[in-house]
Design a protein around this ligand. Structure first.
Ligand SMILES: [Mn+2]
Length: 284
C-alpha cells in the first residue's frame, strides 16, 4: 500500500451550512480518493445515529464506499462517536504499531463538552470504563458505548444545532477552547497508556486540525499527535498522506482545498512532512 490517505469527520448526511464549500458527496470527494491506494476513514464519516439525518447519511456513505471500490481504492472505516458500530474497528495499527490511528473521542473524560448531552455521555463513559478500561480494546469500546448514549437523549434533538448553540452561549465557546487546548495532551496520555512504542498518533474528533509534539504532563515523554480536523463549517479539513514506498515512511499533513466544486489535496508543505523509522518487525 504505497499511499495511504487518512481523513476524518466527513459527517456525511449532516446538512451543509451555506459557507461556499461544496456539499460532501461521493462526486465532490472523488479527487481525494483518486490520490491514494488506501483510504482510512477515521471516524464520524457519516451521521448514521442521528435520527433526522440517518437516511441521508447511510445513502451517502454507501455511495462513497461504492465509488472508492470502483476507483480501486481499499477503504478502512474506523468508529467515531457519530457512527459507532461494535462490529467495526476502533483503531488501526500501521507498520507494526509505529503509527496508531483512532478517532479520538475516547481521549477525554468529556467527549463533547459543548453538547447538551455531555453530562449523560460522561456518566455513561465513566460507568463503562469502570467495567473495562485496562486494555486498548476495552477503553475504546467504553467510549463507543458512551457515544451511543447521546443518540438516545431527546435533548440532542430538541436543542438547536451544535454550531448555533455554541454561538448563542459564550460559556460553551470557552469550554470548547479550553478542551481544544488540553486535547493534544490527552492524546499523548492515551499513547503513554496504550501504545508507548508508537512514533505517531493520527486522530480527528475535535475538529481542530494540527500537529503537536507534546507530553501528557510537562515531564512526560513528548508524543507526536496529528489531528485531521473536520469537514463541517467552521473547521477546516486536512488529510494525512503516508507514503511507504521506500525504506523510510513519509507522513504528511496536507490541507484540503476546494476547486471547481470538488475537494482536493493541496500541495505538499515541507514544514508538515515527517519521516518515520520503519520498525524492524514490520516486514511489509
Ligand atoms: Mn467525533
Amino acid at each position: 500500500m504505497p499511499r495511504t490517505l487518512i481523513l476524518s469527520d466527513l459527517h456525511l448526511g449532516l446538512p451543509d451550512v451555506p459557507c461556499g464549500r461544496p456539499p460532501r458527496t461521493p462526486e465532490t470527494l472523488a479527487p481525494l480518493f483518486q490520490a491514494s491506494d488506501r483510504v482510512i476513514l477515521n471516524g464520524d464519516t457519516a451521521d448514521i445515529h442521528h435520527r433526522y439525518h440517518r437516511d441521508q447519511a447511510l445513502k451517502l456513505l454507501d455511495a462513497t464506499l461504492n465509488l472508492a471500490a470502483r476507483s480501486g481504492v481499499s477503504v478502512t472505516c474506523i468508529n467515531g462517536n457519530h457512527d459507532y458500530d461494535p462490529a467495526q474497528l476502533d483503531f488501526v495499527d500501521l507498520f507494526d504499531g509505529a503509527i496508531v490511528v483512532t478517532h479520538g473521542h475516547a481521549f477525554s473524560d468529556s467527549m463533547l463538552p459543548w453538547t447538551p448531552a455531555h453530562k449523560i455521555i460522561s456518566r455513561t463513559l465513566f460507568a463503562a470504563r469502570e467495567r473495562n478500561e485496562k486494555t486498548l480494546e476495552g477503553f475504546l469500546s467504553a467510549a463507543g458505548e458512551a457515544s451511543m448514549s447521546q443518540w438516545n437523549e431527546p435533548v440532542t434533538y430538541t436543542e438547536p444545532t451544535a454550531l448555533i448553540s455554541i454561538g448563542l452561549n459564550p460559556f460553551r465557546v470557552a469550554k470548547v477552547v479550553a478542551w481544544w487546548r488540553k486535547y493534544p495532551r490527552e492524546a499523548a496520555h492515551f499513547i503513554d497508556r496504550f501504545r508507548p512504542a508508537a512514533q505517531l498518533l493520527v486522530c480527528g474528533h475535535s475538529h481542530r486540525a494540527g500537529s503537536w509534539m507534546t507530553g501528557a504532563t510537562p515531564s512526560s515523554t513528548r508524543r507526536h499527535v496529528i489531528n485531521t480536523g473536520g469537514f463541517t463549517f467552521p473547521s477546516s479539513p486536512r488529510a494525512v498522506m503516508i507514503d511507504d514506498s521506500s525504506k523510510e515512511i513519509t507522513v504528511e499533513l496536507r490541507a484540503i482545498r476546494h476547486r471547481g466544486g470538488r475537494y482536493e489535496l493541496a500541495a505538499r508543505e515541507s514544514a508538515s512532512c515527517w519521516r518515520i523509522q520503519r520498525p524492524a518487525s514490520d516486514t511489509r
